[in-house]
Design a protein around this ligand. Structure first.
Ligand code: ADP
Ligand code: ASP
Ligand code: MG
Length: 810
């Protein structure tokens, strides 16, 4: 014999009703079907009665909707001549009773718990007679006659002994299909209608299955099974194949709504398996809950949470070593019907925190303050401190037993993602680690833990790439080419979860298909702006996030602070943030340090050349940078290398522009602005408080050429050719060359066109290359030299890639 329970959504619509019929009629065995009220009806009954009690006459409109919903359901699922008329009479009678009760409440403006329980019972009474008519040959049973409760601590608790006996008597003969309303019960002494609590139909089904030794309890709902986390919060949650009773119990108790918590115990006691199935997708295998579940795969099985948590903390030296304090705490709370779901006590015994629901907090404080009033008066214990608005999260799995590193991974993940743990508890059974966080960070907490425990056996970095011009797209191509190799050989998964250009942005937790990222962006992107990026990226709450800025936009650079403050690492090819005011640069570095996230910008100077990292390594190992001399502008180096009798200054500037070596307005290069920014960044990394204005600038083109429009510039720049050629010839005859050199010495920074002699290391600098000469305390007589391509999309993207890789090593 099987017991099948169908929840509210399974009997909520015409289609789902017809599925229920199909599922039940396909069972060969005898079957007892337990049903909930039509989806949403219990809530509606409760609200309508509150409205009536408050004298709000619009309760009548609500009542009408309740009537219509049931009558329409009867007409659409039961064909004429199939018992519809009899059913309509029964349904109408129940609805008219209900109407009278509401009217009574409206008139006397009073709603007792007893009346409330009577009202909600109509939901299951109505739905169960409809389903009983729908399924051919089904026999209806009234659960109020055999599910019995008793009152304890002001709550209605199941009387299992009596109930078991009555269930067995009722079902001495089991028909092929029995139909039972879930949730409802009666008091064993007064026979008044009671119920098993919200979600209680699961429990009704479990009680019957256990009492009758059913082969299986099937809970049919609206999801594919028991999921790794609440699918309404975590979109990537997926069904768990097998759970043990203990695991299921731990998860339900902590808010996994899919099964009502008391449901597990009766069937577990009888070793009857529970199968969770989806009425809307009967082919999905679902989840099986049994004694011994498969433990071979992940270290944890699921995550659940309660966002309604208040932490009550009792502190005081008067508790240390005193026997019986905990006994008094729990006895007092139990006597007042307050349930405690988390306890955390320091081993010094001078502080105990307990987690209760917010609604119980005031009473809990009051009764504990009273119980310990003497100690509080004498100053041995402080008055109870209550902190509300919190959330409790539990990770659950029997695999945790004797497996080191799970707590480490959990708290490491939380810490790296900037989530503060307020209290935590792990029982010695090692099947559950629970912890309390601020209610506002619950969603993020669930997301980061789910991603880190379930979504990959690999270390994952979730990348947001902003800017897909030459550098950005080259980076994406490089990542695409390396992705598989990094996964296989380094266990590292680089997943691009966001891409944006100036117009569109696209985000997906599953990762973007890099072979076709432009198409995906075009087709699925939303209009982009710095604000959209800010809100979407922070709102996504994804774990191990890295924001990669391949733009040159000041607005995008302005987002770094908030990103870093939300523990999102930043890798910038964009130079603006690191070269803007010193205080901004210092603040970003400081936030990154305090938060333990990386802010990297190696490609700001010398593209992919390891300049900033080298300076950092030298300083971290105790060296001191005494002098930096460098050629940092590929454009200017190209211009001075190409200058010749046939190629005067104006012509080579034009050529540099045409060949894409310079900015569209070449004056940005000629003014040395770009070099100044780079020098400022190097100086700061070397430990100097440097602003762009501090750099002494000696330009080789007079100021007036920078003042007018770009057209004026092109018109007049030729005026300098003759003089330049004369100076060039003189320089050549002396065996020297021009280099635009950035220099930092004793904290003094300058940029200038310098003449270098043949034996100088800068003399032979080819093409648009960069060179950096570092004189340090250790590299003194022979300075350290870094040289190579200083520009170009490919090498810059490679430098950004290297920064991303270094984040993976944290
Ligand atoms: P029913 O009406 O069938 O009893 P419920 O609404 O009580 O259904 O429970 C099913 C719902 O529980 C799902 O739709 C889902 O939103 C929610 N839920 C919360 N946590 C989980 C979880 N871990 N696995 C599956 N569903 C969950
Ligand atoms: N109808 C009841 C409720 O909504 C019982 C149940 O659905 O399990 O709480
Ligand atoms: Mg339910």
């Amino acid at each position: 014999m099987k017991v099948l329970k169908f929840g509210g959504t399974s009997v909520g619509s015409v289609n789902s009703m017809l599925s229920v019929k199909k599922i039940v009629e396909a069972v060969d065995d005898k079957v007892i079907v337990v049903v909930s009220a039509l989806g949403g009806i219990t809530d509606k009954l409760i609200n309508t009665s509150k409205m009536a009690a408050a004298g709000d006459s619009s309760y009548e409109k609500e009542m009408k909707e309740i009537v219509n919903r049931h009558i329409e359901m009867v007409y659409t699922v039961i064909p004429a001549g199939h018992g519809r008329e009899v059913l309509l009479d029964q349904v109408n009678e129940l609805l008219s009773e209900l109407k009278d009760i509401f009217q009574g409440i409206y008139l006397i403006r009073d709603l007792s718990p007893k009346t409330s329980a009577t009202i909600v019972s109509y939901g299951e009474r109505l739905s169960s007679i409809i389903v009983a008519t729908l399924i051919e040959g089904a026999q209806w049973f009234d659960s109020r006659t055999f599910i019995k409760t008793e009152k304890k601590h002001n709550r209605h608790i199941l009387d299992s002994e009596l109930t078991n006996q009555l269930v067995r008597e009722t079902f001495r003969e089991i028909p092929k299909v029995s139909l039972v309303p879930g949730f409802i019960s009666t008091d064993k002494l007064t026979n008044e209608v009671t119920n098993l609590g919200r979600g209680g139909s699961d429990y009704t089904a479990s009680i019957i299955a256990a009492a009758l030794d059913a082969d299986i309890l099937e809970i049919w709902t609206d999801v594919d099974g028991f999921m790794t986390a609440d699918p309404r919060v975590i979109s990537t949650a997926y069904p768990i194949t097998e759970l043990s009773y203990v695991e299921a119990m731990e998860l339900c108790n902590f808010g996994a709504k899919v099964v009502y918590p008391p449901t597990i115990y009766p069937v577990c006691h009888k070793n009857i398996p529970i199968l969770i199935k989806n009425t809307f997708n009967p082919d999905a295998p679902g989840t099986i809950i049994k004694q011994e579940a498969d433990h071979s795969s992940k270290p944890i099985k699921g995550i659940s949470s309660i966002n309604d948590t208040c932490l009550i903390t009792m502190t005081g030296l008067g508790m240390v070593g005193v026997i019986g304090v905990n006994h008094r705490i729990f006895k007092t709370l139990a006597e007042n019907g307050i349930s405690v779901f988390l306890v955390s006590q320091a081993s010094s015994e001078n502080s105990t925190s307990i987690g209760v629901r917010n609604e119980d907090a005031a009473l809990a404080c009051e009764v504990l303050n009273e119980e310990f009033s003497k100690e509080i008066e004498m100053g041995e214990i402080s008055p109870m401190k209550a902190e509300g608005g919190l959330a409790t999260v539990a990770i659950v799995g029997e695999n945790m037993k004797h497996t080191p590193g799970i707590a480490g991974k959990l708290f490491g993940t939380l810490g790296r993602n900037g989530i503060n743990v307020i209290a935590c508890a792990q029982g010695a059974s090692e099947t559950n680690i629970s912890f309390v966080v601020d209610g506002g960070s619950l969603r993020k907490t669930l997301n980061v833990i789910h991603d880190s425990f379930f979504l990959s056996e690999y270390q994952v970095l979730n990348l947001f790439i902003c800017g897909i011009g030459t550098v950005g797209s080259s980076l994406i191509e490089q990542i695409h080419a390396q992705q598989e190799k990094l996964k296989q050989e380094r266990g590292l998964m680089l997943r691009i979860v966001g891409i944006a250009n100036g117009h569109l942005a696209y985000f997906t937790r599953r990762g973007i298909d890099l072979a076709d990222f432009r198409k995906e962006l075009e087709e699925k992107g939303i209009p982009s702006s710095p604000q959209v990026l800010h809100d979407e990226i922070i709102g996504m709450n994804i774990f191990n996030p890295v924001f990669v800025d391949c733009t040159a936009s000041p607005e995008i650079a302005g987002l770094y602070k908030d990103f870093l403050s939300h523990n999102i690492a930043v890798v910038a090819a964009n130079k603006i943030a690191a070269s803007s005011e010193y205080d901004i640069y210092a603040e970003l570095k400081q936030i990154a340090r305090l938060r333990g996230v990386k802010f990297l910008f190696e490609t700001n100077v010398g593209a992919g050349l390891p300049v900033i990292n080298t300076i950092n390594d030298l300083i971290n190992s105790g060296d001191k940078i005494l002098k930096i001399e460098a050629v940092l502008s590929g454009t200017l180096n190209y211009i001075f290398n190409e200058l010749s009798a046939d190629m005067p200054l104006s012509k080579i500037i034009r050529k540099a522009k045409e060949e894409g070596y310079s900015e569209p307005d070449p004056r940005i290069d000629l003014s040395g602005k770009d070099v100044i920014r780079k020098l400022v960044i190097l100086g700061r990394e070397a430990g100097y408080r440097l602003e762009q204005e501090d750099v002494k600038t000696h330009l080789f083109i007079p100021d007036k050429y920078f003042e007018g429009s770009l057209d004026d510039f092109w018109k007049h720049i030729g005026e300098l050719d003759a003089d330049f050629e004369m100076r060039r010839q003189k320089l050549e005859s002396e065996g020297k060359r021009w280099r635009f050199v950035a220099r930092l010495e004793n904290g003094e920074a300058s940029v200038a066109l310098e003449e270098v002699e043949f034996h100088h290391p800068f003399y032979n600098l080819e093409g648009s290359n960069n060179i950096i000469l570092l004189t340090t305390e250790r590299y003194n007589e022979y300075p350290m030299l870094i040289q190579g391509y200083g520009a170009g999309a490919g090498v810059t993207a490679a430098g950004v890639f290297a920064d991303i890789m270094s984040i993976a090593n944290i």
